[in-house]
Ligand binder design. Structure first.
Ligand code: GLC
Length: 491
């Protein structure tokens, strides 16, 4: 299919999903939200920044690949790594020193809603879902202000031993501090010289320094867990933030406690509505023990759907024992997309999922189990809908309602994305995954799975990069659920 046809399919899918969305009763979204302090880095910022350090020391630190920010040099090293590759990363910091240092030495441009669950709740509310129930265990008063003020967005609150749903601004826990993350966004083509090395940033992306204050617990309040039925009716849950789990806590608890609580919550949600679908949105998880536990204990067998980007596919494969495949996903080169597809299939199987949605710049791959209730065309519409949402977000920095999304429909489909997919065709046809004609439509039929591949709309100079992945995953998952409900009702 040529670009024009993909443009038309985007438009048709958008209006089609728009009609389906009212069939959804509600979506539950937990656990993480924070305030993102966003700084868009200019060339001047960078040279000033590098000037705070000794360049040889920066290089030496780059070699050690720090997985935590203990001091500013760790941050500088990870920033350079992220920029060199154009790859998103999120690095935790457990002290407030980093925050103080960044504030004094760099500052930020503006603050906005951050955290996957926070971003997803606002998005789903603004595209008009009937009911979005957000749950943030550490909802502070200040954080509550970052949620959109709208009747369809609610948060559980314990009142007189009962669980009631209230707007977030009436449901915060008094006296809590807020979690602030630093987001360093950079643009492609930026030239960096450091320690005698020179490189050009290959794509727009960001590095996140994620604050992990001691008091943060990825958990659900007992009363809310006991009365989870008060959140219903809901058709789906989008869960994220598990990266916050630590191996050990000062109070003697370990990750095992929080992993098992998380699984209990999922089981309870499913018991309350056996039709409920659960999506987990991954992000970078530096600690390998935690990464593995999240995948093999929380995601595997318990959830239906997983959303992630290329780096996260590689990282997931790595802890699941598929090192070679993991490296070839990262290495990209010509076989990049083939490895990525094989990686997504591997995740679907290893984790017993119904759906794995990989978002890349220019295209999405969505691998599906054979017993999935929707047709590949319906899945494709869900993906195209999310591509339009994401391009709107990248273009305008925000989405206030579905009318705003008309702007996204004007963003062109990526010709690079079409080209990348085209290069994958020979493999697919050769492996008998599809006929050349199926491939044109984006449909693959594997022996034990199906898949949909679509080129997507890409904004040349994005206003933001943070939260785009969340927008894609949430848009596609909600669209898919809406189509499922619509089919049920109309049958
Ligand atoms: C992670 C980060 C958060 C950011 C979000 C965007 O949750 O911790 O700061 O807003 O990702 O996807």
């Amino acid at each position: 299919m040529d670009i024009q046809e993909w443009e038309q399919l985007h438009t048709d899918a958008f209006y089609d999903v728009k009609r389906a969305l009212p069939y959804l009763e509600g979506m539950f979204v937990a656990y993480n939200s924070n305030i993102d302090a966003i700084k868009h880095l200019t060339k001047e910022d960078l040279s000033r920044f590098i000037g705070f350090f000794n360049e040889a020391e920066i290089q030496a630190r780059v070699e050690t690949y720090p997985r935590e920010v203990k001091e500013p040099l760790d941050f500088m090293a990870r920033l350079l790594i992220s920029m060199r590759e154009g790859k998103a990363a999120e690095i935790p910091t457990y002290t407030s020193d980093t925050h103080v240092w960044l504030k004094e030495h760099l500052g930020f441009d503006y603050a906005r809603m951050g955290g996957q669950a926070g971003i997803i709740s606002n998005l789903l509310t603004q595209i008009g879902l009937k009911k979005v129930v957000a749950y943030i265990p550490w909802l502070s008063e200040e954080q509550a202000d970052y949620f959109v003020d709208s009747d369809n967005l609610l948060h559980p609150k314990v009142e007189d031993g009962k669980v009631v749903l209230k707007p977030p601004r009436q449901a915060f826990k008094p006296g809590l501090e807020s979690k602030v993350n630093w987001i360093f966004e950079y643009s492609k083509e930026l030239e960096i010289t450091c320690g005698g090395n020179k490189f050009k940033v290959p794509r727009d992306n960001r590095l996140i320094i994620s604050s992990r204050p001691k008091w943060i617990r990825l958990d659900m309040d007992r009363e809310i867990y006991e009365h989870l039925d008060s959140l219903f009716p809901i058709d789906g849950a989008m869960l994220s933030g598990y990266q916050m789990i630590k191996e050990r806590y000062e109070d003697g608890t370990t990750y095992k406690d929080y992993v098992s609580h998380s699984v209990n919550a999922i089981e309870k949600l499913k018991a309350l509505n056996p039709e409920l679908r659960i999506h987990v949105e991954l992000t970078s998880i530096q600690n390998r023990v935690i990464r593995k536990a999240i995948l093999t204990e929380i995601v595997a067998k318990n959830v239906h759907s997983l959303g992630l980007d290329t780096v996260e596919v590689a990282n997931a494969l790595n802890v699941l024992g598929h090192e070679e495949l993991s490296y070839s996903v990262i290495r990209k080169e010509e076989t990049g997309i083939t490895s990525l597809y094989q990686g997504a299939v591997q995740l679907l199987k290893d984790l017993s999922l119904e759906r794995v949605h990989v978002h890349c710049l220019g295209f999405y791959i969505c691998v599906l189990s054979k017993d999935h209730p929707l047709t590949l065309k319906e899945h494709r519409d869900a993906l195209l809908f999310s591509s339009t949402l994401a391009s709107t977000k990248a273009l305008k920095g925000k989405i206030e309602n579905l009318e705003d999304v008309a702007a996204g429909l004007e963003v062109p489909v990526s010709s690079k994305g079409i080209e990348d997919l085209e290069n994958f065709k020979v493999y697919c046809v050769g492996k008998k995954l599809c006929t050349p004609e199926d491939f044109e439509h984006g449909y693959l039929y594997g022996p034990d799975h199906d898949a949909v591949l679509v080129p997507t709309k890409v904004v040349d100079k994005p206003t933001v990069t943070v939260g785009i992945g969340d927008t894609i995953s949430a848009g596609a998952f909600a669209a898919m659920l809406a189509k499922m409900k619509q089919t049920q009702v109309e049958e």
